[in-house]
Design a protein around this ligand. Sequence first.
Ligand code: S3P
Length: 449
Amino acid sequence: MSHSGTPAPATARKSENLRGTVRIPGDKSISHRSFMFGGLAAGETRITGLLEGEDVINTGKAMKAMGARIDKQGDTWIIHGTGNGALLAPEAPLDFGNAGTGCRLTMGLVGVYDFDSIFIGDASLSSRPMGRVLNPLREMGVQVTAMAGDKLPATLHGPKMPNPITYRVPMASAQVKSAVLLAGLNTPGITTVIEPVMTRDHTEKMLQGFGADLSVETDSEGVRTIRLEGRGKLTGQVIDVPGDPSSTAFPLVAALLVPGSDVTIMNVLMNPTRTGLILTLQEMGADIEVMNARNAGGEDVADLRVRHSELKGVSVPPGRAPSMIDEYPVLSVAASFAEGTTIMTGLEELRVKESDRLAAVARGLELNGVDCTEGETSLTVRGVPGGKGLGNAKGGAVKTHLDHRIAMSFLVMGLASQHPVTVDDSRMIVTSFPEFMDLMAGLGARIES
Ligand code: S3P
């Protein structure tokens, strides 16, 4: 997202028979890491299927500013990395736009170097807590200067000799885990991260693929201990990024809600740390057929055939939150059309996303006629099968707070509700899913911006 400009409202209207076969753009988490690890590793990394959303492009720009060479030939991104330990001091502030992942992981990656790196972002990113990453980095010897509270902008300066730590991650956050591990790449000795609740494991898997000396042990209670030997060699890789399950969620839920729909979504990442939404929707009665399940480049991948379904409310166990953390907004929309009540608990992390997603979802649902209750860390939604009375006939707009997933979730809602649903801005959808409007229109969705 740019730092200024005029909002672009969008309105979704009741649609019929969403049909077709679509390919979802590459996974955002893997795309960020592909640019980062490719930019750091010695030799050449070739990436196909990369998500070319603004968030990931900003990560690419940051890696270039620190010495990586990044070019595109046809559909393939070709990176020549600096070699581990050999990033250059960026001459200008690194601007991560809207992207928490790009910013927090790069703070770990470069923060331990003995030079200044300056981090900036848009209004949404500048309101998000950075202390969760900076606290362990301080233990490793990183000085944080020129910062108001724990919000951007921030200047980091690493020590002459970073200190390898053992860090127990206090919240379920793959970004925090990853920032510490990436700092460990340029730290002599063994950096250890203890993860009481498993979160997405792309950093561990991909670093192993690039040749890092990284091991994972899981005890009988599911607590994971990740050990990384620092200052080892990383070597360029060939990566084919699978489709993003978090972006898949939007056409998938739209197909479930719009009568007569039958949509196939190709090449979706099915890593078990990312499939909580599919499991939950299946428990609600969703007709989602998992086809051609296969392994590609070390990740589980499948095609999904989704047909319109009558959904029932469920209680979503809090322990499932890490595997569907970005999908609660669109699940809340699905729950608005289900028979009965859906109870979602363990949602504390939703409050520190691109917006306070718990509040943003609750206000949006209320504006569109949904009976819901927002708790401190929970959301309860009482659904209306068929969507009678849902939507906002007067054109009242959902406040999106620069949050792409709030915008896309409520546009999905308008495809099945009796009245249209309007969002106050749709520009930030390009951060994660630039093809969203065209892809949805191709399936038959009525969305105007
Ligand atoms: C991400 C981790 C999650 C997720 C974000 C991507 C990652 O954030 O919400 O969209 O790629 O590591 P947290 O680590 O803050 O839960």
